[in-house]
Design a protein around this ligand. Sequence first.
Ligand code: 5AD
Ligand code: SF4
Length: 636
Amino acid sequence: MKYFIFTFGCEANKADSERIRQKLNNLGHKETLNKKDAGLIMINACSVRQSAIDRVRAKIMEFKNKKIILAGCLLESDKKKFQNKIWQIWHPNEYFDLIPLHSSPLSAFVPITAGCDNFCAYCAVPYTRGREKSRPTGEIIREVKNLIKKEYKEIWFLGQNVNSYKSGKTNFPKLLQKINKIPDEFQIRFLSPHPKDFSDELIKTITRCEKVVRYINLPVQSGDNDVLKKMNRNYTREQYIKLVKKIRRAMPDIKISTDIIVGFPGETKKQFQNTLKLCQEIKFDKAYVSKYSPRPGTMAAKMNDNVPFKEKKRRWQILDKLINPSTSLRASPKKKKLIVVLGPTSSGKSDLAVGVARKFNGEVISADSRQVYKGMDIGSGKITKKEMRGVKHYLLDVANPKKIFTAIDFKNMAEKTIAEILTKGKIPIVCGGTGFYIHALLGGVDIPRVAPDWVLRAKLEKKSCEELFKILGKMDPIRAKNIDSQNKRRLIRAIEILRRGSGQIAQPPKFNFDILYLGIKRGDKNLKELIHKRLIKRLKQGMIAEVKKLHHQGVSWKRLDGLGLEYRFVSRYLRGLLTKENMTEQLETAIIQYSKRQMTWFKKYPSATLRASAPGIYWVKNEKEAKGLVKKFLKL
Ligand code: 5AD
Ligand code: SF4
């Protein structure tokens, strides 16, 4: 039977949907992106807030004539209510151990624990997902290795209380250390740790493991000790602040976000002020603020939900404004244009970017994980002053090769640079072969999980912006709050996505950009020749002397080994582990293999044609073709 999945709620649920897909396929069913075709409707529900359950109910009503399976976080009381309207109910444990079918080409969710033992007073999770259970370490490592082999670049460890992971002798920091040792280029992220289990060992581990992204979502929920106690959070405001200070002392560049609930039963204005003060003191990089909503069966549900909705909303607005001020980029009403030039090594990206920049008044942001380092010029194939032909380049020579520069560092600097270029009225052109950086900056060109529904679009197109905004407001008030109410295309898209229940657009994108992705296509033979020529040229230019110099300046052999192929093979030659001939030969083979890996990765992105609405890469053969596309893109 054909099935269609609706996913509500958090990352854990999205990860579950990837496993549910596998289970349904194993049962012989087939996914369809058209819900009308589906005989089977799978609803992966979330119970964290009443509004989410309301949306689940709406879906059940909408598809009451089809077979419905309900899965995910469900309270007994809701299950009972829905029971006679649906075909089956699946408990999250039923698909916990399955191999997922990932829906993003670059990021993969890996649940490492399920359930929760904390019983925070407001939270439905211990009831819907049951007691905490950790997956065996070996199984997780196998899964991650497999993902890396398939070129996934971002691994998200998920758990309701992810840092209380424990399986045999392996606790959460040990697990991170083991994963960090897997060679290859990828990042590890995790969601969400509990402050009470955030040990010194964990801080040390994040500090030392270069693959672990220096970003933590550390839910505080409230800044008032009495409220925290009533919430059963097991820490005080002072302990929380101390923990954040400790983390920041160890990693001054770390980004910290948080979850906060406003209007918890009995929360007074003064207690809310304490939360506000805590936020002013800590200066979170981001906060996910929710208005308290009672969940039947939880401890808080027995308390008097006495903060009026209007007051909850007021508190919500104050906090949201304080912590999530709209950046100039997000606030800009008109969509800005940005061009991305990508392709394998030696394909001629830099030259093309310069050509486009000169013609269309652009400036170039390099997206190359080695060209960011000072002193790594020849080996990384850095563009020379002359080759820049007067076009300004950014994000070159911004880091010391002795220190690790992460994709997050790149993202932060690039965001600032893009804003700067835009204020000059120029076009930012992101150019580079580190797809991983481009993904960190722009979120990749993910295949939209919700394919366009042309019939629905045509219907909505006839409505005015006001009408569309009203419809959206009814479906998802939070989303409506975050949308440009005069942007018809966006309104239609938001309604379309909500109609399919994907629920993944709750966060407004940081960049309000139109992006043109240009890829350079080269035949295998042509690329091999280019790689060969370029390698010979660079050896002549003094690549070996460059590596020698870096080592003299204190960059260790071990570090050089990790700085990419050229630095690895040349340093091995300098250490006497390879003859010069072997070095050249092996290096060339390795670069060719690398270029293939780069292409495999880029191929995960959908290809675009001018007619397709989905973002994708336009593969071009030469500069002329690229310029033609840019001209159309800029509507010149
Ligand atoms: N009401 C409002 N917000 C809640 N959250 C969890 N339960 C509730 C509830 N009953 C919020 C918490 C949690 C996030 C996932 O959702 O802030 O960290
Ligand atoms: Fe819910 Fe608290 Fe467990 Fe998080 S830690 S899932 S808020 S009970």
